[in-house]
Design a protein around this ligand. Structure first.
Ligand SMILES: [Zn+2]
Length: 631
């Protein structure tokens, strides 16, 4: 599976056709009763409306082109006379539909351009109503079609999604006019737009382009909200991830911001590492204004010390954190790497018996330095947010849960597990993540980070790094289980803990999920588990494990409840603990969800259906809702 063809106008899925039919019915119902207007004009127009509606029937016999153009123009003029009313909107929509139909038959670009304009007018006139959204959706699809560019189509849909979500939220928060129905219907149209976006994900622009688009989207959403209500948008559109933290620590202090533990450092013991030379192989970095992670890849395990230096304004020096790597050489490694954001740059220098890696910080930040075995890496995390926070429910029994990191397992060269008929874990996990994200946004108003958003290989430590820098409040990793004999089935949820689970199968599973690039880790799983347990407990993991365990419990119960009605034979494989790399270093509660066994033929065939995946996605959304609501 994966990204399929982007949606095209006129070729909509069956349920889309139903939604269109509904919208059309609403439009027609709106014509007569919403605003009576001029009776004589209305009588004349109603004939045109009947004629246009008949011509839009799939089996309609079409008159010469000029006649259809004339009818569309008449409707467009009538629409502009009625301005921003429901009737004006429905007339513009009809005119647009006629022009769009002509475009599909004749491929005359002028028809498509005219239709795009008319849909935009219809969307404006109808505001945040379902009709307005439907007009905007059609406009976006047609504009992409006209450009003959899938990336442009993605962009149009994305902007439409932002506009309509904002307009809908604006309507919901506006005082309901007397006599009008108070509740907004759930937006089938927005779901349609998001579905089309998910299908076109292969054409999603680069991160840089997407950030620019975010800003454009915010402006568009703002404008849409103002247009509908004549006042600024009342909902907060989440700022782009590059925005500066509101309470940045000052650069003058060398220590961490007040009231917070000093640096957390977890280095291997002297007797646990060899005596031979060690090479710094490469240095990776990831970060934004909220935090950063620097990973030093080494050829063999070694010990390290961590130190800090305060900012010296008289000498123009930033606050620094440095790591001295014993016995390490750094020949061939770039000596200065610009980063930007929380970490300005990374510098590498030789010492008498080792290598010093210095991070120049934009401010005094919370710092944490630890290692990951096999292959040996030293990880330096810095953040504007304290690593340990009180997440107990506050006022109204709710937890502050604004951001969730969704981690679709595997990707790119790493297929993950592969089922008997060839279904790949990496495709299933991405699709489920794509089903969860729009639901979190629209139903819970929770901002989502996808640690990967396409079929790309993303190293495990980068996944948590992204989640940390996003300041996620929760991390959910999605996977498919696999067993060697192919008989095992059902749902299993994991918490990263001290790796004391006695089951060998769990250790093997951990080894598989941890393995870089689909291979097998070189270290014996037990030794790996022990090493990870030490690191974890030193990172203050016990407290986080308790919270994670709670989330896992909610998720596990939610999954069984979601699947039971349709799949009553779903097997409960329980909640387990294991040493998953992907969850270490996450500074928020984290769980790993093994949706089902892709190695089992029956589970595989279920995992290949949209229905099953949707139920799994619903389960994750329901669990997150329950956790936020203080359950
Ligand atoms: Zn997996």
């Amino acid at each position: 599976m994966g990204a399929s063809e982007p949606d095209t106008p006129g070729l909509v899925a069956p349920f889309a056709a139903r939604a269109v039919g509904l919208a059309l019915a609403l439009v027609l119902a709106g014509c007569g009763n919403d605003r009576p207007g001029d009776a004589t004009a209305a009588a004349g127009v109603s004939e045109d409306v009947t004629r246009a509606t008949a011509l839009l029937e799939p089996a309609a016999q079409l008159p010469p082109r000029a006649e259809i153009v004339a009818l569309a123009d008449t409707l467009a003029i009538a629409s502009s006379r009625r301005g921003k009313t429901a009737e004006g909107a429905s007339l513009a929509r009809l005119a647009a539909d006629l022009r769009a139909r002509l475009w599909r038959i004749d491929q005359v670009a002028a028809d498509a351009r005219e239709a795009v304009e008319l849909y935009a007018a219809a969307a404006q006139a109808a505001g945040g109503s379902p009709e307005g959204c439907e007009a905007d959706r059609r406009r976006a699809l047609l504009a992409g079609d006209l450009a003959r560019d899938a990336a442009a189509g993605y962009r149009e849909l994305y902007l439409a999604s932002r506009r309509q979500a904002a307009a809908l939220a604006g309507l919901a928060s506006a005082p309901a006019p007397s006599g009008a129905p108070a509740a907004q219907p759930p937006s089938a149209c927005l779901a349609q737009i998001d579905l089309a976006l998910a299908r076109a994900v292969a054409y999603r622009p680069s991160i840089v382009a997407l950030r620019a688009l975010e800003r454009e989207g915010n402006a568009a959403a703002d404008a849409a909200s103002r247009d509908v209500h004549g006042r600024p948008a009342s909902i907060a559109i989440p700022p782009p991830p590059s925005s500066a933290p509101s309470a940045a620590p000052t650069a003058s202090a060398a220590s961490a911001p007040s009231g917070v533990p000093k640096d957390v450092v977890v280095s291997p013991k002297e007797d646990a590492v060899g005596k031979g030379p060690v090479k710094v192989l490469s240095i990776e970095r990831f970060g934004n204004e909220k935090g950063a992670r620097v990973v030093i890849n080494l050829s063999a395990p070694t010990t390290f010390n961590v130190g800090t230096l305060g900012a010296d304004e008289s000498k123009g020096k930033d606050a620094r954190v440095f790591v001295d790597l014993a016995r390490a050489t750094s020949k061939g490694v770039q000596k200065e790497i610009e980063v930007g954001g929380a970490v300005r740059r990374v510098r590498v220098g030789a010492q008498t018996d080792g290598t010093r890696v210095v991070l120049d910080l934009a401010a005094a930040l919370y710092r944490r330095v630890f290692y990951l075995p096999d292959p040996f890496r030293v990880v330096i995390d810095v953040s504007t947010r304290p690593p340990v926070r009180d997440e107990s429910p506050g006022k109204g029994g709710r937890r502050a849960l604004a951001r969730v990191a969704l981690d679709a397992g595997h990707g790119g060269v790493d297929d993950g597990a592969v089922g008997p008929t060839g279904l790949r874990e990496k495709d299933v996990t991405l699709d489920i993540a794509h089903r969860i994200a729009p639901l979190l946004a629209h139903e819970l108003k929770i901002e989502t980070l996808l640690t990967r958003d396409s079929d790309a290989y993303v190293p495990l430590e980068l996944r948590t790094a992204r989640a940390n820098a996003f300041h996620a409040d929760l991390f959910v990793s999605i996977h498919c289980n696999a067993s060697e004999n192919g008989l095992a089935r059902g749902v299993q949820t994991f918490v990263f803990d001290s790796g004391k689970d006695p089951e060998a199968s769990v250790a093997r599973l951990a080894a598989r999920e941890n393995a870089p690039r689909g291979g097998t880790a070189a270290l014996d799983p037990k030794a790996l588990d022990e090493a990870m347990a030490t690191i974890f407990s030193n990172l203050g993991g016990a407290d986080m494990a308790a919270k994670s365990r709670h989330v896992a419990d909610l998720l596990h119960r939610s999954a069984l409840a979601s699947l039971a009605p349709r799949y009553p034979d779903t097997k409960d494989q329980g909640i387990k603990t294991a040493g998953f790399y992907v969850l270490v270093g996450a500074d928020m509660p984290a769980v790993l969800f093994e949706t089902s066994f892709i190695s089992n033929p029956e589970d595989e065939s279920r995992l290949s259906t949209a229905d099953y995946r949707q139920k799994l996605a619903d389960a994750v959304v329901n669990a997150i809702r329950a956790y936020r609501d203080g359950k």
